[in-house]
Structure formats: structure tokens, C-alpha cells
Design a binder for this molecule. Structure first.
Ligand code: AMP
Length: 478
């Protein structure tokens, strides 16, 4: 597939992939606040789309939109990297709508033309909302295919054929297995939050889905972060891709004021109440590493009188939707979340992102704090770092290319003793001889398990311990 560089964009020598993968790369620099000279009209978008953008109040395209829209409209594969909250969704949705506005061919039953894959139901719902907003003046059939809700309405929506399916991989695979939809008519597939979609958790499903798509499709990958090994892996799915990069991968936007605080785990609850209690916190997301942690932190906030709700993978779809809606409407001030809400979720005026715990994956930090300072606004990110999270901090600093601690705190962190890791018990190696039978047709005796053999050998070494253990066992009622 030949891609010609879009008019008005700087064409730079290709930098990052194997030479065979592509010959050049388009790079646009700036962010959502930059005054672009390009107007939406210059991008050749159809009148009903321009009218919808006007209704949304968008005057000029953001740099990522300026970079991606012309390339995508021409049909080339694209890798788009731009900071969080800089208009990536419209960047891939508008070209799809443009193609739909020009298309005269009929939809096939139980098929779709454009497939958008997202990692979470919430993100899929948000993309769907934007598709409907930008496509409001077009004749458009779009549907969302996600888990956690009844499949019936989705099956009925897919039956006559749709222009755009926005899906999470699991539920889409369910519909494919029952024949509710086929992917052989797909012209473009978009992987939003592509690095997460190509990470271990999703990769097998993505490979299965990609194998079902036509070979001559257009593939578009978008994210704010793109680790090198994932970018390499992405080449398996791309043909002569054009890379549009608005900021160095993983650089959080400068309008986010980042604070890293050294707080011992035992003091984090108090620190959280102090942070949430200050007057300039209008709306905050608190990120925890685990689902149980999110529930515990939420309970703590509720007890202290704050309006809070938790959102994570163990909550029902209804609970998740209610929590998000309450947060958006301002009925609750603090949303406590796992990384399920770290990507893509676009809620206006989140003043603070609080990392109660640092994420294990450094990219998640960039996505988490990207929930604030969206669409040109500014925001504050506060992170609590226990000395035991030193490694996570180092990984984050390496990724974003800057130090987050003051010199004083850095010294304090170095001085703080990390609790010694408990000494691992010496493993007892037990050789289990293969059983070749007794040759007399008698039943094979049960082979000693590693555990029981280990117990026996430890008994030899420590008969007193064994006596205690067996007498303890004897005391247990049957
Ligand atoms: P996204 O990065 O796609 O989540 O978009 C972040 C925010 O930017 C959303 O609230 C969009 O509505 C908004 N946005 C997208 N494109 C534009 C634009 N061209 N002008 C102004 N705001 C925009």
C-alpha cells in the first residue's frame, strides 16, 4: 500500500522501524492548544461532518487530527502517537465518517465496514458517543459490542449490517463464534490504546481477530504510549505504516503539574484525606493498584464524609456506569479506580489525579495522570510513593525522562530502608524414582508426592517438629 504524505505536513526521514516497513514518517509537533493554520475545511471533510464539528464547537483540528485525518482518508496504515486528551478519538473517527459519507455500496447483513477495538467497556462507550456526535448529520449505522450486558440487543443491531462496530475483544469473539457477525467485509480496523491491546493480556484475542480480517484492510493503531517491543510487535499487523507522532511517546503534557510525595504506606490514608480535603480539589480520580484496595480506599473516603464511588473490574456493568455517570454529573467528588479507568476516559474538569499507589507498569502512570488537563486545560497529579515503591518510581521517571522527586526527597528515599525481603527457605530436592511395576501384576502403589516425600525427609532432619505437627493434627476433630 503506497502512502503519500499529507499536504502541509512536514516530511521527515524515517527514523524508527526496519527500512522495509516504511520509507518516511510524518511528525507533527504541538498540542491541543496550538493555533493551527489548517482548518477542518482544508482536510477535505464532507459538509455534514463539518457541520457536526461546528456544533461541537471545534474550530481547528488538533495536531494529531491534522496528521492522521488526511493519511487515513487516503487508506494508508497509520500509527498515531499523541499525548492523552489531545483529540485522538476524533482523529480516527472523522476519516471513517468521511469514507461513510462517500460510500454508495450497500451493507451486507451481519457484517461491518469499520471495526474499532478498545480495551475497556467504558472507553468503547465513549468512542461510540463521539461517533454519534460527529456523525449526527450522516446516515450512519453504528453499534457497540461489549461484555457485561445482554447480548440480544447487540445481535439484533448487527443483523442488518452496520457501518461501525466499536467493540471490546471478548464479546466480539463471542458474537463471531455464534455467527452473529462476520469480519470479512471490514475495510479498516482501529486499535485504540494500541499498546494495551497488544500487551500479553489481549494479544491472543487480537491475533485471532486480526486473522479473521481481510488481508488488504487498513490498520490504524493509536496510543499515548508505545513501548519499543510493542511497536515492533505491531509491525505484524501493519503494511507500510505511516507514523504520526505529536509528542515523544510517553511524555505527559506539560500542563499537568506533577507532584511526587514520599508517604509510608501506613500514612497514605491520612495523606489522601488531607489531599482531597483541600479546597481546590473539585473533582478527583484516585488510582489504586488492586480492586480490593479501591474498595477499601473508597470506604475510607465515605467514612470521612466525602462523596465517593469505586469503579473496577469486580463491579457490575450497572455499578460501573452509575459511578461514572455520578462522577460526570458532579454527584460524587472522588472516583476511586483501578487502571480500568486509566485510559481514554474523557471527563471534563478533573482537577486532580491522585496515585494512591504507583502502578507496576510505568505507561499506566502517563495514562492515569492524563485524565486531567484534557482538551487544553490544566490539572494536578499527586502521587504517593512508599520507599518500597522505589522501583516503580524509577521506571516511571525513566519512561517520562524526568525526575519527579526533589533532591531532599531523593536523599530521604535513599536513606529509607527497604524492608528486607524474607529469606527464602532452602528447597529440598527430592528425587522420585520412576516406577516400573513389580512385574507380578499387583497394583501400582501410590507414588509419593513431592510434598509428602519432602515431609518425610524433613522429619528425618527434625523429628521434634514432626511430632508437634502430628500431635496438632490429632487434635483436629474429624
Ligand atoms: P480525546 O483525546 O479524543 O479523548 O479528546 C480529548 C478532548 O478534546 C475531548 O473532550 C474532545 O471533545 C476534545 N477535542 C477533540 N478534538 C478537538 C478539537 N479539534 N478542538 C477542540 N477540542 C477537541
Amino acid at each position: 500500500m503506497r502512502v503519500t504524505p499529507a499536504a502541509g505536513l512536514r516530511k521527515l526521514p524515517y527514523l524508527g522501524h526496519p527500512p522495509s516497513a516504511q520509507s518516511y514518517c510524518i511528525r507533527a509537533f504541538g498540542d491541543v492548544n496550538d493555533n493551527s493554520l489548517t482548518q477542518f475545511d482544508d482536510l477535505g471533510l464532507a459538509e455534514p461532518i463539518l457541520r457536526a464539528l461546528q456544533t461541537e464547537g471545534y474550530t481547528t483540528p488538533t495536531p494529531i487530527q491534522e496528521g492522521i485525518i488526511p493519511t487515513m482518508v487516503q487508506g494508508g496504515d497509520v500509527v498515531g502517537i499523541a499525548q492523552t486528551g489531545t483529540g485522538k478519538t476524533a482523529a480516527f473517527v472523522l476519516p471513517l465518517l468521511q469514507r461513510i459519507s462517500k460510500s454508495k455500496s450497500k451493507l451486507h447483513s451481519k457484517s461491518c465496514r469499520y471495526l474499532v477495538l478498545a480495551p475497556t467497556r467504558e472507553l468503547a462507550a465513549q468512542i461510540d458517543k463521539q461517533v454519534r456526535a460527529y456523525g449526527r448529520f450522516l446516515k450512519l449505522k453504528t453499534t457497540i459490542v461489549v461484555g457485561g450486558v445482554k447480548p440480544g440487543p447487540q445481535i439484533r443491531a448487527l443483523k442488518p449490517g452496520v457501518d461501525i462496530v466499536i467493540a471490546t475483544p471478548g464479546r466480539l469473539e463471542d458474537h463471531l463464534s455464534t455467527g452473529a457477525v462476520g469480519l470479512d467485509q471490514v475495510e479498516t480496523v482501529v486499535l485504540d490504546e494500541a499498546d494495551q491491546m497488544l500487551d500479553l493480556g489481549f494479544l491472543p484475542a487480537i491475533r485471532r481477530l486480526m486473522a479473521k480480517l481481510p488481508k488488504d484492510r487498513q490498520t490504524v493503531l493509536l496510543s499515548a504510549t508505545m513501548p519499543k517491543q510493542i511497536r515492533k510487535l505491531a509491525n505484524d499487523f501493519l503494511t507500510d505504516p505511516c507514523e504520526v507522532s505529536v509528542a515523544p511517546a510517553a511524555k505527559p503534557i506539560d500542563r499537568i503539574d506533577q507532584h511526587m510525595m514520599l508517604v509510608a504506606s501506613a500514612d497514605k490514608r491520612t495523606a489522601l484525606l488531607e489531599t482531597v480535603g483541600v479546597s481546590d480539589v473539585d473533582r478527583a480520580i484516585v488510582f489504586t493498584r488492586t480492586k480490593r484496595g479501591a474498595d477499601r480506599v473508597c470506604q475510607h473516603l465515605l467514612k470521612a464524609g466525602h462523596k465517593a464511588a469505586a469503579i473496577h473490574g469486580n463491579r457490575s456493568q450497572g455499578q460501573r456506569e452509575r459511578a461514572l455517570a455520578d462522577f460526570k454529573k458532579g454527584r460524587i467528588k472522588v472516583l476511586v479506580a483501578t487502571d480500568i479507568a486509566a485510559r481514554g476516559i474523557d471527563i471534563d474538569d478533573i482537577s486532580h489525579v491522585i496515585n494512591y499507589e504507583l502502578p507496576n507498569v510505568p505507561e499506566a502512570y502517563v495514562h492515569r495522570i492524563g485524565r486531567t488537563a484534557r482538551a487544553g486545560k490544566s490539572g494536578i497529579a499527586v502521587s504517593f510513593c512508599d520507599p518500597a515503591e522505589r522501583k516503580q518510581l524509577r521506571d516511571i521517571e525513566r519512561l517520562i525522562g524526568r525526575s519527579l522527586l526533589s533532591d531532599e526527597d531523593r536523599k530521604a528515599l535513599e536513606a529509607a530502608s527497604v524492608p528486607p525481603t524474607p529469606q527464602r527457605k532452602k528447597r529440598v530436592r527430592v528425587q522420585v524414582k520412576p516406577w516400573h511395576g513389580r512385574g507380578d501384576g499387583s497394583r501400582k502403589p501410590k507414588r509419593a508426592s513431592r510434598k509428602s516425600t519432602a515431609r518425610k525427609s524433613s522429619t528425618k532432619r527434625n523429628p521434634q517438629k514432626h511430632r508437634n505437627a502430628s500431635s496438632r493434627r490429632d487434635r483436629v476433630p474429624a
